[in-house]
Design a protein around this ligand. Sequence first.
Ligand SMILES: Nc1ncnc2c1ncn2[C@@H]1O[C@H](COP(=O)(O)OP(=O)(O)OP(=O)(O)O)[C@@H](O)[C@H]1O
Ligand SMILES: [Mg+2]
Length: 507
Amino acid sequence: MTAQSLLTTLLPLVADLSRELPEGERYRRLLQAMRALLPCDAAALLRLDGDWLVPLAVDGLSADTLGRRFKVSEHPRFAVLLSSPGPTRFDSDSELPDPYDGLVDGLHGHLEVHDCMGCPLFVDDRPWGLLTLDALDTERFERVELDALQAFASLAAATVNVAERIERLTLRAEIYREASGQQHKEMIGQSKPHKRLVEEIKLVGGSDLTVLITGETGVGKELVAQAIHATSTRADKPLISLNCAALPETLVESELFGHVRGAFTGALNERRGKFELANGGTLFLDEVGELSLTVQAKLLRVLQSGQLQRLGSDKEHQVDVRLIAATNRDLADEVRNGRYRADFYHRLSVYPLQVPALRDRGRDVLLLAGFFLEQNRSRMGLGSLRLSSDAQAALLAYNWPGNVRELEHLIGRSALKALGNCRERPKILSLNAQELDLPDVSTPLIEAPADTALVVTGDLRQATEHYQRQVISACLERHQHNWASAARELGLDRANLGRMAKRLGMK
Ligand SMILES: Nc1ncnc2c1ncn2[C@@H]1O[C@H](COP(=O)(O)OP(=O)(O)OP(=O)(O)O)[C@@H](O)[C@H]1O
Ligand SMILES: [Mg+2]
């Protein structure tokens, strides 16, 4: 590389440092410049977040890579790269598994990375992350001077430093961990609807407003509730959850408000309710649409006064609780139909937050697939777990009635089945479209007679419920009345299907 071409590659990057660029774009340009300088098949920039490496930008790697979260202790190459102060090049016959095996957008069937090098980045003398370069053929990097990578890494460090400073000015809600530590509770996604959701979480998280989270089954409502709590000023106080659907009415009350000894048969001891446990923190009422009118009235009183009484006691307790609620029902509709109290509904929906369906999040489905693939790879002790390109296309084409949860289960199930079909443990396990175990979308759930329009007379609600009954019973028929597998096909949680069937008078 001549000094002239080196300058033409690097100068724009130096200029970028002082420019206002959208998040991601800065990093993408950085990787492009690196690939121009040091030819390779794939490059990545990863940020170190505790024990995890989070890809911020990738070039030449499959789309799902951006959603993967790499635990450093499970990827020895990353560990080696992070532990040396300068660039490292791995011998092409190195025995260490490569985290990108199967992920480089290479020629068909050419999946294993053969030449690999990388360099840690330091910001304020602290390890910030990694730059990595990979090639599918051997000895590609032989001629490349490690000095060039080292020089580039300094420029990269300056770039991330600038980006971090800009980012630090805005609150960051994307990444947080459960108080217990290990589990990575992150909301994966880069689509516009996802980003809008994250912005809203930041916005409302900073307030003390009551939030009503709505959205289809499996979209991530619970995760959103946790994120709101984590970004709020109450983050270091408890987040207490109650699933309102899981308990019969009498127990819901004692769960919420607590009881004194002898308040009802079986109340052997005095017990504090979720409200008191959440004092100072947040109470998350999941499936809030399932509360009976009576309990709604009692909750309303507590919300209005901030005072509650344990069951069987007339003593008042003062509580300071922020409320978050979630439902996949249309509560406004429930109000119109007299099944929900209007005043309670208005108390809940001070800030309504709609979580978008997975089918509306574009390529996020691939990122999420990558996130779950890496989890399963780790759990199953595999070297690499990847999607073939027809599998990626199938995921993008499917309409995900059960949203993220359906995707999570699908990946886990498919990986297990694919492994079961292997005679010996593969180095790289690829899932193709057939192995994905997607419901056959080409056959409609109900065969409608051709050319006959569906004639609906009377009340729309009754017609809809009638249709739902038909779909559910046909599906149960197909699954020999196995509720769990029928729920899977319908993209519903098993408990939700049970409740729905009950509401439709089928149980
Ligand atoms: N953006 C995301 N990134 C990573 N994981 C996600 C994301 N959204 C959802 N999940 C995961 O998908 C699963 C379903 O999410 P969650 O339980 O929050 O959905 P839900 O909307 O509450 O579903 P339901 O309506 O059935 O109660 C969980 O395992 C959750 O961790
Ligand atoms: Mg939920």
